[in-house]
Write a protein that binds this ligand. Structure first.
Ligand code: HAM
Length: 425
């Protein structure tokens, strides 16, 4: 090791996921994929970076993520690009590009990059699983999408979370409401929190979502969007809530729920874990974005989806003591004290028959190999000593129960596995 070279660490706000934690990630992804596919979503991969305009136009220049948190860069060909800060805009860009027939349902699992101030539950590279359903504005789709997210959380074993629901209206009712909100807040701008004094003009809605006392007090009497919805949005919202009730999905109305991106219309929702710290307790959220496809150059196509933070969901699992890591355990550990060639061949045969088996390397002593076998968690050792090698046999020894060891011909062992899929002894 060179003395001057300080070994680099993962960049601030990022983290490595190693076993056994990674086994939880794998199980989480399998659970999500299983549910998403049952709900009719197909997996979609999009590039990790996109033309900057995908996010500027998609998420809105007024959104905090676009304004302050994007990883933007110019490539060697002078193209303006950005690392994906979320999944929706990219999926919609892909939809516009490929024009699949609608309804089109996509699910994804993706890293997302936001230059945020890192803290527990908030990272500069976080990971999301999510879905996007394009092509229908039927409120039943909203119900299905929300129900899928809830089923996923239940599948992880989570129970301490709440679902907040709101409506963001549409291009018919929102502009007039925004005017009303602006007029209400304008004379009181000086009493908003410092951040919103500055950002108020850009997007007055965000003030409603601010948790600071200054903004809460100032907006106490402010008009709320739910009261200003047009007839169509009101009917849509009522149908969604009715559908959630029919499905037994518990929800709370939150008139102040204003999600961070400009693309939202009508239904918006967020799942918050009560087992996590307040500021970082959103484990997932989403909503409708009926204008986004057009915004990105496609034909008018409604859509709705959600994103769930994998790290946050797992933190909530830790806090609730559910969904523990269960890394796979080998069914057997091959101990070869004859030089390693026998282990090489036996391990290869067993793996090709579908078994997860382990062995030691580097010609270690019998004692060291049994120690490694013990650490591996394997219930059995398959021992090959000089006698076994000479006789073409294997000795099967239980590592975690009292039982006499058995020596049997190798051929018999392999035949038994072929017939039953298990080590017979
Ligand atoms: P979002 O609320 O920005 O929505 O992110 C979704 C989830 O990702 C959050 O609820 C949270 O669990 C997690 N998350 C976000 N930022 C971070 C971070 N810095 N560190 C850790 N976890 C984080 C979206 O991204 C929308 N695309 C969701 C959507 C899909 N709307 C419609 N379709």
């Amino acid at each position: 090791m060179s003395e001057e070279f300080e070994a680099p660490r993962a960049p601030t706000g990022t983290h490595d996921v190693l076993p056994p934690e990674s086994s939880r990630w794998q199980s989480l992804l399998v659970l999500f994929a299983t549910l998403a596919e049952r709900w009719g979503f197909g997996m979609v991969h999009t590039p990790m970076f996109e033309d900057l305009r995908v996010f500027h136009r998609g998420m809105g220049e007024g959104s905090e993520v676009v304004g302050k948190e994007m990883y933007e860069f110019e490539d060697r060909g002078g193209r303006r690009l950005a690392l994906r800060p979320e999944g929706t805009a990219s999926i919609v860009r892909a939809f516009v590009q490929h024009r699949p027939t609608t309804p089109w349902r996509a699910w994804y699992a993706t890293p997302s990059f936001r230059y945020e101030r890192p803290q527990a539950g908030r990272y500069r590279q976080h990971h999301q699983v999510g879905v996007e359903a394009l092509g229908s504005d039927d409120p039943d789709v909203d119900v299905e999408v929300i129900t899928l997210a809830q089923e996923f959380f239940h599948g992880l074993g989570l129970s301490q979370f709440t679902l907040s629901v709101n409506s963001m209206g549409c291009s018919t009712c929102r502009p007039a409401y925004l005017d009303a909100l602006r007029s209400h807040l304008e004379p009181q701008v000086a009493s908003l929190c410092p951040e919103h004094q500055e950002r108020f003009a850009l997007n007055p809605l965000r003030v409603l979502d601010c948790k600071k006392d200054a903004c809460l007090d100032t907006t106490a009497e402010a008009p709320m969007l739910l009261g200003a919805l047009c007839e169509d949005c009101r009917t849509h919202h009522a149908r969604v809530l009715d559908g959630l009730n029919a499905r037994g999905v518990a929800w709370v109305a939150n008139e102040r729920l204003v999600r961070g991106f400009d693309y939202y219309t009508r239904t918006t929702f967020e799942f918050a874990s009560s087992a996590l710290e307040g500021a970082q307790n959103a484990i997932g959220g989403g909503g409708r974005y009926d204008g986004l496809v057009e915004q990105l150059g496609g034909p008018a196509t409604p859509g709705i989806g959600f994103g769930i933070g994998i790290e946050r969901a797992l933190l909530a699992c830790d806090a609730e003591g559910v969904f523990a890591a269960s890394p796979p355990v080998p069914v057997a550990f091959v101990v070869d004290v004859t030089g390693g060639v026998a282990a090489r061949d036996l391990v290869a045969s067993l793996r090709s028959m579908g078994l997860f088996v382990e062995r030691a390397y580097d010609g270690r002593s019998m004692k060291a190999q049994f120690k490694a076998a013990d650490r591996s968690g394997a219930p059995l050792a398959l021992l090959i000593g000089a006698d076994e090698l000479a006789a073409g046999s294997v000795t099967i020894r239980a590592l975690r129960e009292q039982r006499d060891q058995v020596t049997k011909p190798l051929g018999e062992l392999l035949n038994g596995i072929e017939q039953t899929g298990e080590i017979q002894w």
